[in-house]
Design a protein around this ligand. Structure first.
Ligand code: ADP
Length: 356
């Protein structure tokens, strides 16, 4: 059998290209922060999700005190709620390197072996969309996570040999919008698992006020609240809308942001008073008009709306479910009376077949 340190060296060299490709140039923590100035860099700046932050902060300082890597951690919840941000904060707090990759990017076992063998002690391997890992790649992670080692076979037939590659103790941080799609063996290997929930309007107002400060904008409380109300409980959307309002204000030479400009800019952007955008409205209208309010299957809906099914399931539906405009039954999706009224119809419009 090949000497362990030799094989480690060899894989380190041969996988250098994979390593750079998979991290998509984001393996340097500093460059990540330059690209996105609005990302909070410490727990203190991270708005909301108090119980998650408290618990992870304790786990981080305990691990640091012992000189151990942090337990493998899983963050789940809708997109844009701060899962990646927490991973970056953890790596800063620990003072380790974060390697950023994603489930679909790791399509060959060699990719994951390459990444793992490059990790230093306490480094963080961050896998976004971890539910999209292939089965073969996932199997390599089991022993890597549990015993800090990977076993793989080189050659074939009579020349096949198993190589046991020891790894330095690292932390795997997984992020997913679909925790239910993770296999049980993978899920069970995470010592810490947290669900991130939508943010309140007050929390989003804080995010917007903080981001305005970083972008050098003056914003009053009511304007921040108006953007927050239309941000679907999601900091990423809050920051995006703030940038759109800033552009609008700049092009129209309006000076500081105030409520009238904000309302005008967001209306022009097609974001309504509850934060629903064009796709949300097309989805609800299709359900109401083409499927008599439902129940309708997601595949049929995706085909009619001409949108990717996963986008509907991950981005559109969670918020519509949360605000009670949509219900999911065993027969399919149904629009609620609340949703119908928001579209400007009455329940009778549909029952009497006026709109079908
Ligand atoms: P996810 O990984 O869940 O899709 P991200 O961590 O990429 O979400 O967050 C999207 C953006 O929203 C970040 O760039 C950051 O600017 C902002 N953001 C997320 N969570 C927070 C938070 N708790 N406080 C302030 N800003 C946040």
């Amino acid at each position: 059998m090949e000497n362990n340190s030799e094989s480690r060296e060899r894989i380190l060299k041969s996988s250098k290209e994979d390593f750079i490709d998979n991290s998509n140039g984001n393996n340097n923590l500093e460059s990540e922060y330059k690209v996105n100035d609005l990302r909070p860099k410490q727990f203190l700046d991270y708005v909301g999700q108090e119980s998650v932050v408290q618990s992870i902060a304790i786990a981080v300082s305990a691990a640091k005190e012992r000189g151990d890597p942090l337990d493998h951690s899983l963050f789940h919840g809708p997109p844009g709620l701060g899962k990646t941000t927490i991973a970056h904060i953890i790596s800063r707090e620990i003072g380790s390197q974060l390697i950023h990759t994603s489930g679909p990017a790791l399509d060959r076992p060699a990719d994951v072996v390459g990444l793992l063998s490059n990790l230093n002690k306490s480094d963080i391997l961050f896998i976004d969309e971890i539910h999209r890992l292939s089965n073969s790649v996932e199997e390599y992670l089991y022993s890597a996570m549990e015993d800090f080692r990977v076993d793989f076979v080189t050659g074939s037939g009579a020349f096949a040999k198993t190589i046991n590659l020891p790894l330095l103790p690292f932390t795997l941080i997984g992020s997913t919008t679909r925790v239910g799609m993770l296999s049980a063996p993978l899920r069970e290997r995470f010592g810490l698992s947290y669900h991130l929930d939508y943010y309140s309007i007050e929390e989003l107002s804080k995010v917007i006020t903080r981001s305005s400060g970083i972008l050098g904008l003056q914003i009053d409380k009511s304007s921040a609240k108006e953007i927050a109300k239309r941000s679907r409980g999601t900091p990423r959307i809050a920051n995006r809308l703030l940038r759109r309002v800033r552009d609008y204000c700049q092009v129209k030479n309006y000076g500081n942001l105030h409520i009238d400009i904000v309302t005008e800019a967001l209306d022009k952007e097609g974001v309504d008073s509850l934060g629903l955008d064009r796709l949300d409205r097309v989805y609800l209208n299709t359900l109401f008009n083409n499927y008599q309010g439902g129940p309708a299957g997601i595949q049929a809906l995706a085909a009619t709306v001409n949108e990717d099914q996963q986008t509907l399931e991950d981005v559109v539906e969670p918020f519509l479910l949360k605000i009670g405009f949509l219900v999911r039954t065993s027969q399919g999706r149904k629009i609620t009376n609340k949703g119908i009224v928001h579209l400007g119809y009455t329940v009778d419009d549909n029952i009497q077949g006026k709109l079908v």
